[in-house]
Design a protein around this ligand. Structure first.
Ligand code: MG
Ligand code: MG
Length: 267
């Protein structure tokens, strides 16, 4: 499958879907507190997406049972919502995708529940910053390796591990399209970034070593050293002028500021 470049109009459709993902993550953030189960958080997302007449993109995708991927602590991504109870000090990565009018949006945010460790505060800040460093390299004339290496260099500068086995992706009429968007690479290498390319950039960063383990449930991925991992993701379009972030952390940030049970990493 070749890369499908999008028209300006198509990018606006992907923005609508991506912003619904952001609103969904903000909605879920209201309910994050010690004692809630990841399944309850999942249900809140499912109800919200239905109320907007959209489709939860992950539910049923290759058999995934949830609306959200909720990955706790040493879980990297693809955590299945269950009756697991969220605790004070947990690091909760929440990934969401929706389909609206046939277009996908995909975004993820990692929340610190209550009082988290200093090292986890740094993990969350560094991972969010890795995403921003990658996005800053998105412009016509740059290569994918410029994005990838910016993410890798920022993480490694802070002595954190960059997951290799799971990467970002093109997005549009499908959740996962060409091209691959690795979180590691070399400057000046990889495909040319052209206007109309829409990609999900999603660094998965480990506090310890980069190695991960795939579990027998077919989904859950954890770090091998069982140290915590974080994940931030935006859907981003390449434009003539640089980048256009189609999802937004603003509604999530507003929700965090109203919820004393979430540690605000952006203070
Ligand atoms: Mg995602
Ligand atoms: Mg993604």
């Amino acid at each position: 499958m070749d890369i499908k470049y999008k028209t300006a109009e198509e990018i606006e459709s992907i923005r609508v879907s991506s912003l619904l993902v952001s609103e969904t993550l903000a909605h879920v953030a209201q309910f994050i507190k010690p004692g809630v189960t990841t399944l309850e958080l999942d249900k809140s997302a499912e109800d919200f997406i239905k109320s907007k007449n959209a489709i939860a993109a992950f539910k049923g995708f290759k058999g995934f049972p949830g609306t959200l991927c909720i990955s706790v602590n040493a879980e990297v991504v693809h955590g299945i919502p269950t009756k697991r109870v969220v605790r004070d000090g947990d690091v909760l990565s929440v990934d969401c995708g929706v389909i609206q009018n046939g277009w996908y949006g995909d975004s993820a945010y990692t929340f610190g529940v209550g009082q988290i460790d200093q090292s986890d505060i740094q993990l969350l800040q560094v991972t969010q910053q890795c995403l921003m460093q990658g996005i800053a390299k998105v412009k016509v004339g740059n290569r994918m390796g410029d994005v990838s290496s910016a993410i890798q260099e920022y993480a490694e500068l802070h002595k954190m591990g960059v997951v290799r086995e799971l990467i970002g992706h093109g997005i549009g009429r499908n959740l996962h399209e060409k091209p691959d968007v690795p979180n590691y690479g070399s400057r000046g290498q990889g495909i040319n970034l052209k206007a109309g390319l829409v990609i999900a950039i999603e660094p998965m960063i480990n506090k310890g070593k980069r190695g991960i383990k795939f579990h027998d449930d077919g989904w859950t991925v954890t770090t091998i050293d069982m140290k915590n991992s974080a994940h931030f993701e935006h859907t981003v379009a390449v434009t003539q002028n640089g980048y256009d972030v189609l999802s937004s952390f603003e509604p999530i940030q507003s929700a965090i500021e109203k919820n004393i049970n979430i540690y605000n990493i952006n203070v």
